[in-house]
Structures are given as C-alpha cells and as structure tokens.
Design a protein around this ligand. Sequence first.
Ligand code: B1M
Length: 211
Amino acid sequence: MKELIDAVVDMMEDKAYELTRRYIDEGKAAEEIFSAYQAAMEQIGQRFEAGTYFVPELIMAGEMMKTGAEIIKPFLSQEDGRKETRKTGKFLLATVEGDIHDIGKDIVGMMMQVNGFEVMDLGVDVPAATIVAEARAFQPDIIGLSGLLTLAFDPMKKCVDHLTEAGLRADYKVIIGGAQMDRQVCGHIGADAFATDAMAGVNICKKWMGA
Ligand code: B1M
C-alpha cells in the first residue's frame, strides 16, 4: 500500500485513484485500501503541523479521501457480506458546531447503514440546539457526534448538557467520535462511549441495540 499512501501524501490525485481501482480489481480488501488513505491523512496532518503543508493541501487531501472512499464504498458493503435488511436501530449523526470535518463522519454514517441502521445525517457545524430538536423529531436510539478539533469538545458537551436540561438524556445513547477522543474526554463530555475509528463505533452501537 506504500505506493498509494505516497501518491495521496504527494497530492498525485490521478495516480491515487488509478491505484485504488487497480487494488480493487486485484481483489485487495477494501478495508486495507481504506486504511492506506487514513495513513496518508495522518502524514498530511503531520506535514501541516510541521508547516510544510498548508490549508490548500488539507482541502486537496479531503477531496482525495472523499473520492477514494466513493470508489471503495461499494466493495466495503459487499466484502462485509453482512448488509442487513432488518433495521438495527435509528442513528442521528452530526459534526458538532465549529467543526467542518466530515470525511470521518460520512464513513461512520456509511458503515452504520451497511450494518442496518437507519441514519439521519445533519451535516457539519451543527449547533447543539439543532441536534436536540432533530432528535425530538427523528427519535433515534443513538446520537452520534463527530469532531476532529479539540475545539469540538465543548460543543459536544453543550449538546449532552442540552439533552439533560431538556429531560431527554436518558432517552438516547450518545457516542462521540474522532481521532482525538479518549476516555477522559468522553467523561468530560458526558457521552456514553467514544470511538476513534468507524468500525469500533459501529460495534459499540450494535452492542447497545443487542444486534
Ligand atoms: Co483539518 N485538522 N483543519 N482539515 N484536518 C486536522 C483534524 C488536524 C489534526 C491536522 C493537524 O494539525 N495535524 C488539526 C486539528 C488539531 C486539533 O484540533 N487538535 C486540523 C486543523 C487545525 C484544521 C484547521 C483549524 C486548519 C486551519 O484552518 N488553520 C481547519 C478547521 C476547520 C473547521 O473545522 N472549523 C481545518 C480544515 C480542514 C479541511 C476543511 C481543509 C479538511 C477537511 C475536509 C473535510 O472533512 N471535508 C481538513 C483535513 C482533511 C484534515 C486532516 C488532514 C484529515 C482529516 C480526515 O479526513 N481524516 C486532519 C489530520 C488527521 O486527521 N490526521 C486534520 C480521515 C478520516 C477518515 O479520519 O476524520 O479521523 P477521521 O475519522 C475516523 C475516526 O476519527 C472515526 O471514524 C473515522 C473513520 O475511521 N470517527 C468516528 C470520526 N467521527 C466519528 C464519529 C463516531 C465514531 C467514530 O461516532 C459518532
């Protein structure tokens, strides 16, 4: 996968998609190809921190990750072989206020659907009040909050606090996700669980639903 990782990190868009398609044709696991994109994002993030990449590279990386995920997506469901027709549960998903990262969120939404959840995705930069209002209307079993910025912690907490103030906290399980999440952050926010990768999140939600 090094060739694909390098192509993404070096912003060689066409080469990256060509390799993605070739690996799919060769029968490589979609999960493995997806992991290569994630590894590339990690390196791009490091270059951004080091000051050798800037926001345009982050934007480009985001586009490449999305296109790559689109190519891989149908094969994730097939390979999984667990595409369920039965509804596992209802899942309300949003990237919280102040945060516009949506690639991970979209992947979580997709994986939840593949695993039988009915998903309502509210998009990015969603205020706590909107999430609570939409929860009242959609009546999900689980509310999933995504955020990649440390600045997303407070809006996540605000959302859980809003649920508590509205007397709705016990009605929903709340899972938070994003690379920065850990047990301590989860405790601070008052969520029921956290996940740093999509499949871990899906497994927690399936367990909650007894699936
Ligand atoms: Co931004 N960015 N970014 N960025 N960006 C990060 C997150 C950063 C870590 C880069 C770095 O400095 N190393 C850093 C955050 C640092 C911090 O807060 N501690 C950062 C920064 C600083 C910023 C800006 C502030 C930059 C600026 O403007 N100066 C700015 C903020 C904008 C805002 O949100 N208000 C910004 C902007 C952007 C772009 C818009 C340009 C672009 C996003 C495009 C898009 O999403 N459409 C972007 C990108 C691409 C990145 C990196 C490079 C890649 C993110 C990504 O898509 N990863 C990122 C560096 C990195 O992640 N290492 C970085 C791939 C994706 C599949 O993984 O999103 O982690 P991820 O999702 C995973 C898990 O986290 C988990 O499952 C997913 C799949 O396995 N998961 C969940 C996610 N949500 C979940 C929810 C769940 C369960 C699991 O349940 C509900």
